[in-house]
Design a protein around this ligand. Structure first.
Ligand code: ZN
Length: 720
C-alpha cells in the first residue's frame, strides 16, 4: 500500500527558496455524478497488465488515453480492497511477512494508475482529466481511510509492532513496522469507535473547508483586474507589457493592458511601475484577497478550520494541532521550530529597517515628499538594486540557457555521485517537449529514468515540482525509480535556444536535488524509499543542490551567452553573487511573519479556539513580533492557502528549517575547499540521498555531517 508515495511539489521562488503557492493538491468536493466506464477494456486498457512491457517498464504514455483511467482506478481499488480483506482476516498469527510485507505488496494496480494520473493532473491536464479528478479524489480519500481505520488490520499491525524487537527483523524492517504503526495511529486507528467516527467526520469537514477556502481565493483573485492604457505602462519591462496585453485581450479588452492579482502579474508591476497611485491600488487589492467581507471572505472558514484541527488534536491526546503535527517532524516540537524562527527574526527585522532607511533616503534625495509605504517597497528596492549592483535581468538572462544548465546539473550529479545521464528517444512521453534520460552509475549499472518537462504551456500548473512514476524498492526483486522534474520556463520561439532567469536556474537545480533523492534511493521497502521523509527534511537534498549554481567554476563553464557563446564575465559573476543578499531583510521578514501566524493559530488549545476573531488574532500575533507596517505577511491568513487549503499547517517554518540544513551541509564541502569532495559526497549519498526514511532525520543529518546542524551559515548566506 502506498502510504507515502506523494509528489513533492516545490514552491517556486523569487529570491532564495521562499515559498509561493500552496504545494499540495486540493481534493475537490465531489459531485458523485457517475462517469460511465467505457465498455470492456480488458484487452485494450494499458493499465490492465502486471507490468508495462516498454523499455525499463516505462509508462506507455503513447497508449494511454483519458478513458483508461476510470476503469483502472475502479479495478485498482477493488483489487486493493480484496487484498486488504485477505491480509486483515487471515487465520495465521501476525508476522512482518504476512502483514507488513503483504501491505507493501498490495495495491499495485492502484499505485500505478494513481502515479500516472496525478502527475498528469498537474503537468498536462484537460477537461477530461479534471472531470475524472473531481470524481476520484474523494473516493480515493475514502478508500485510504477505510484501510487505515480497519480495526482487524490495525490489530495485526499493532501485534507486529509490539513484537518487533524479538522477531529477528532487520533494522530496516523495524523502521518500516514503526512507520506503518505510526501512520495508522495518526489516522485515528487506535481510538475507540465514537472517537474514530468523530475524527473521520472532522477530516471530511476539513476537506470541504479547504476546498471552499481555495475556491474563494481563486474567485477573489480572478475577479479583480486593473485595465490600463499604454501610457500607464511606462517603465514596465516588455515581457510584462506583452503579457498584460494578452490578458486584456483574453478578457475582451483588446488594446488595453490588464494587471491581475496573480503573483507573476502584480509583483513585477509593483516593482517597475512609477505610478504610485496605481501601485497603491494594486497592492491594497492584493493583500485583501479573501478578506473583503463578501461571499468569498475566508475568515469564518479559518475560524472553523482552526477549531476543528484543535479538536482533532485533543481527541488524539495532544495539547494543540501544532504539537500533533510536529511530533512526526524533524523539529519534533513547536518550541524547536519557534526557537529557530525567533533566532532569525531579530537580525532580519533589523536588516529590513536598514533597507527601509536606504529607500527613504533615495525618495528624499529625489525630492519625493512622502514616507515609504508597502506599495513602494518593491519599486524602490529595484532602484537601490540597480544603483548598488548595476544589474538588470536583461543583461543576465542570455547567459542562462536551459540546455547548458541541464548539462551543468548533470555535471554536478556526476561529480558528486558518479551518475551519467544519456538521453533516450525510445521512451514514450505525454507531450512532445518532454525529454527522458537513462541514468547509470559510475560502473555503468542502470539506476533509473529521469524525465524533464521544462516549458510552460496550457494545462500545466504553475510552479515547479518533482514527482515519481515508479518508486525504488527491492524486497520482491529490484525495481528501479522513474522520476520527473516539471518546470514552467517560457518556451522560446521555434528554432531558438531557451533562456531563463537566475531564479529558474536555481529552481532547476533544486528540482534535480529532489530527483536525485528519488533516483539514488537504495532501500528494500517502497514506503520508506526516496523522498518519503518528513516535510521539514525533504527540502534539504533539493536546497543543497541550489548552492552549486552561483559557484564561479559552474558559471565560468556553463553560463555562456546564447548569441556570442562568450562566458559570463568574471566581473559580472561577482556582481551577481554579491547581489544575492540584497533585500533579504524584506524577504525573510515577510516569510517569517507568515510562519509565526501559522504557528500561533495552530498552537491554540481546543478551548481557546471558541469564537475566534481571525482578524484580531492575526493583528495580535503580528504586534507581538513588532512587524513593521511597510511589510505585510507574505501570505495573509485569508489567502494563506499553504496552511488552510494545503498540507503546510503548523509547517510553514519547514523551508527555513531545511535551509539551516542546506546552508550548514554545503559548508561541509566549502570547509574542504572542494565543492565535490569525494568523502563528503559519499556521506551525503549514503546517509541522505540514498537513505530514504531509514533513520529519523536528525540521525541521518548527524551521520552525514558528524554533528548537529548550526544556524550561522544560514545567517551568513542571508547576509545577516
Ligand atoms: Zn522542493
Amino acid at each position: 500500500m502506498s502510504l507515502a508515495r506523494n509528489a513533492i511539489a516545490a514552491a517556486i521562488t523569487v529570491t532564495f527558496m521562499l515559498p509561493v503557492a500552496a504545494a499540495t493538491s486540493i481534493e475537490t468536493q465531489a459531485s458523485r455524478a457517475n462517469h460511465s466506464t467505457t465498455g470492456d477494456q480488458s484487452e485494450t486498457n494499458p493499465f490492465f497488465v502486471s507490468a508495462f512491457t516498454t523499455p525499463f517498464g516505462a509508462v506507455p504514455f503513447d497508449r494511454i488515453t483519458p478513458e483508461h483511467f476510470q476503469p483502472a482506478f475502479e479495478r485498482g481499488m477493488a483489487e486493493h480492497e480484496s487484498e486488504i480483506e485477505v491480509i486483515a482476516n487471515q487465520a495465521a498469527a501476525p508476522t512482518f511477512e504476512n502483514t507488513i510485507a503483504a501491505l507493501e505488496r498490495s495495491g499495485r494496480q492502484l499505485d500505478r494508475v494513481s502515479m500516472v494520473f496525478f502527475n498528469l493532473t498537474s503537468a498536462n491536464s484537460n477537461e477530461a482529466i479534471r472531470a475524472i479528478q473531481t470524481e476520484m479524489a474523494p473516493r480515493l480519500a475514502a478508500h485510504q481511510n477505510a484501510v487505515l481505520l480497519n480495526p482487524a488490520l490495525f490489530a495485526r499491525v499493532q501485534a507486529v509492532y509490539a513484537n518487533r524487537a524479538g522477531a529477528g527483523l532487520s533494522a530496516e524492517q523495524v523502521r518500516v513496522v514503526e512507520r506503518y504503526h505510526l501512520q495508522f495511529v495518526r489516522a485515528g486507528a487506535a481510538l475507540d469507535e465514537t472517537e474514530r467516527q468523530r475524527v473521520a467526520a472532522i477530516s471530511e469537514r476539513l476537506a470541504s473547508l479547504g476546498t471552499s477556502f481555495q475556491q474563494n481565493l481563486m474567485k477573489d483573485t480572478d475577479a479583480w483586474v486593473m485595465l490600463l492604457d499604454e501610457t500607464d505602462m511606462t517603465g514596465i519591462p516588455a515581457a510584462l507589457t506583452a503579457a498584460a496585453a494578452a490578458e486584456a485581450k483574453a478578457r475582451g479588452h483588446e488594446g488595453k493592458f490588464a494587471i491581475t492579482l496573480q503573483r507573476p502579474s502584480v509583483e513585477p508591476f509593483l516593482s517597475f511601475s512609477p505610478r504610485r497611485d496605481l501601485r497603491e491600488k494594486a497592492w491594497r487589492a492584493w493583500i485583501a484577497r479573501g478578506d473583503n467581507n463578501d461571499a468569498e471572505d475566508n475568515k469564518a472558514i479559518i475560524a472553523e478550520t482552526v477549531a476543528l484541527r484543535a479538536e482533532r488534536a485533543k481527541i488524539m491526546g495532544y495539547a494543540s494541532h501544532a504539537e500533533f503535527v510536529l511530533e512526526d517532524s524533524m523539529a519534533q516540537t513547536p518550541e524547536a521550530a519557534l526557537d529557530l524562527m525567533r533566532l532569525v527574526w531579530e537580525p532580519a527585522l533589523t536588516r529590513a529597517k536598514e533597507e527601509r532607511a536606504d529607500m527613504q533616503a533615495l525618495i528624499d534625495a529625489a525630492g519625493g515628499d512622502h514616507a515609504l509605504q508597502g506599495w513602494d517597497w518593491r519599486y524602490y528596492a529595484e532602484k537601490v538594486r540597480k544603483q548598488r549592483f548595476d544589474l538588470s535581468q536583461d543583461e543576465i538572462r542570455p547567459y542562462f540557457q536551459l540546455d547548458r544548465f541541464i548539462e551543468a546539473q548533470f555535471y554536478v550529479a556526476k561529480r558528486l555521485f558518479g551518475l551519467n545521464f544519456t538521453e533516450r528517444k525510445d521512451i514514450p512521453v505525454y507531450h512532445p517537449s518532454v525529454r527522458v534520460w537513462e541514468v547509470t552509475s559510475r560502473d555503468g549499472a542502470h539506476i533509473g529514468l529521469f524525465y524533464g518537462d521544462y516549458f510552460a504551456r496550457q494545462g500545466k500548473s504553475g510552479g515547479a515540482w518533482m514527482s515519481s512514476y515508479r518508486v525504488q524498492e527491492r524486497f520482491d526483486g529490484e525495481v528501479t525509480p522513474h522520476v520527473v522534474n516539471v518546470m514552467n520556463i517560457p518556451a522560446p520561439p521555434a528554432g531558438q535556444a531557451a533562456t531563463m532567469s537566475l531564479d529558474d536556474a536555481i529552481t532547476l537545480f533544486h528540482e534535480l536535488g529532489h530527483g536525485l533523492h528519488g533516483l539514488l534511493s537504495n532501500v528494500s521497502y517502497p514506503s520508506i524509499a526516496g523522498t518519503s521523509v518528513s516535510r521539514d527534511f525533504v527540502e534539504f537534498p533539493a536546497q543543497i543542490l541550489e548552492h552549486y549554481v552561483l559557484q564561479p567554476q559552474i558559471l565560468s563553464q556553463f553560463a555562456t551567452h546564447v548569441e556570442t557563446g562568450a562566458s559570463l564575465p568574471v566581473e559580472l559573476q561577482q556582481r551577481l553573487i554579491a547581489s544575492r543578499t540584497f533585500n533579504q531583510g524584506f524577504a525573510t521578514v515577510e516569510y517569517l511573519a507568515s510562519g509565526f501566524v501559522d504557528m500561533d493559530f495552530h498552537a491554540l488549545s481546543h478551548d481557546a479556539t471558541m469564537n475566534l476573531d481571525v482578524a484580531a488574532f492575526e493583528a495580535q500575533s503580528l504586534a507581538r513580533i513588532h512587524l513593521i507596517p511597510e511589510i505585510p505577511m507574505r501570505h495573509r491568513s485569508p489567502h494563506f492557502a499553504h496552511i488552510f487549503a494545503g498540507g503546510y499547517s503548523a509547517g510553514y517554518y519547514s523551508y527555513l528549517w531545511s535551509e539551516v540544513l542546506d546552508s550548514d551541509g554545503f559548508d561541509a564541502f566549502v570547509e574542504t575547499s572542494d565543492l565535490f569532495h569525494p568523502e563528503v559526497a559519499e556521506r551525503l549519498h549514503r546517509y541522505v540521498f540514498s537513505a530514504g526514511n531509514l533513520r529519523p532525520p536528525m540521525q541521518a543529518y548527524k551521520a552525514f555531517r558528524g554533528r548537529e546542524p548550526v544556524v550561522e551559515p544560514l545567517l551568513r548566506n542571508r547576509g545577516f
